[in-house]
Design a protein around this ligand. Structure first.
Ligand SMILES: [Zn+2]
Length: 59
């Protein structure tokens, strides 16, 4: 199955558009996707879960 990954295309500070490939399931690349993206949310949740685990262990 050939998946065609779209390009990020986010505006860069230099005035161009990002040439990185967008992450699968998102419309932005790893650099430009925000915390609202599925990838970012999953990452944040994982980090929060780790923090909670540490807090529980301290008790
Ligand atoms: Zn990008």
């Amino acid at each position: 199955m050939a998946t065609t990954q779209s390009k990020c295309g986010a505006p860069t500070k230099s005035g161009g558009s990002c040439r990185r490939r967008a992450m699968v399931g998102t419309s932005r690349c790893e650099l430009h996707q925000g915390p609202w993206s599925p990838y970012g949310v999953a990452k944040r949740k994982a980090e929060e879960a780790k923090k909670k685990l540490k807090q529980r262990r301290k008790k």
